[in-house]
Ligand binder design. Structure first.
Ligand code: SAH
Length: 215
């Protein structure tokens, strides 16, 4: 678990790449600069950790492209102390970015192998979510609701109703919606019946699987 001058230098370059692609939120850029992404990937791929690309993390899943992580995080308008639900923990990188920014993170993963591996890693790195749940993200985490923000990091065929219900009034949901390619949607909950929906361009995610959690 080491972070060297070399990996720190590579992160600085990565931040400049992402800034060049249009990310402006300094708190987001600072979190990318701080969180050692290479530790969230299998060691044989270390040299790729600071390219702006997604990467396989085992169990058929990927760690999202850094630009995509930054883009979704910017859309969330994260404030210190925000209570945020993440659906699709995967490697734990996005969760760590949110924790680094001072959010209280609740995260949920449906693949047990990945869940166990990431749980151990986050403890080692001392990035501690308030709750790391094994289960089906379509249902959200009703026992811990309501949330200031919800972020979904897998492609959803539709917007799951429980995620809208578990938002506070004024809360924000960022979710890529679509089958083969996804439209990045930001949905702002004005009150229980009024939502404002914005489209923020096309992305490609692994699917948010619509069945119960998997061993
Ligand atoms: N946020 C992750 C990216 C993960 S890729 C990171 O920073 O690395 C998407 C993840 O969503 C995968 O780990 C996948 O197993 C998980 N996933 C897919 N369907 C899900 C569901 N219904 N509930 C919870 N997690 C789900």
């Amino acid at each position: 678990m080491i972070d060297t001058y070399r990996t720190k230098g590579l992160r600085k370059k990565l931040v400049e790449t992402i800034r060049g692609k249009g990310i402006k939120d300094e708190a987001v850029l600072n979190a990318i600069l701080t969180v050692p992404r290479h530790l969230f990937m299998d060691s044989s791929f270390l040299e790729f950790a600071y390219e702006d690309k997604p990467f396989p993390i085992g169990s058929g899943q990927t760690i999202s492209q850094p630009y995509t992580v930054a883009f979704q995080t910017e859309l969330l308008k994260v404030k210190k102390g925000d209570k945020i639900l993440e659906v699709g923990t995967g490697s734990g990188y996005q969760a760590s970015i949110l924790i680094e920014m001072g959010a209280k993170v609740y995260t949920i993963e449906r693949q047990r192998k990945l869940y166990l591996k990431t749980k151990e890693l986050l403890q080692k790195l001392n990035y501690n979510p308030k709750k790391f749940a094994f289960g089906d993200g379509y249902k959200g985490l009703p026992a811990y609701a309501p949330f200031d923000k919800v972020i979904v990091t897998a492609g959803a065929p539709f917007v799951p109703q429980p995620l809208l219900e578990q938002l506070k009034p004024g809360g924000i949901l960022v979710i890529p919606v679509g089958e083969d390619v996804q439209n990045m949607k930001r949905i702002i909950k004005m009150n229980d019946t009024k939502f404002i929906e914005e489209d923020h361009g096309l992305f490609r995610f692994v699917p948010l699987l619509n069945n119960k959690a998997e061993d």
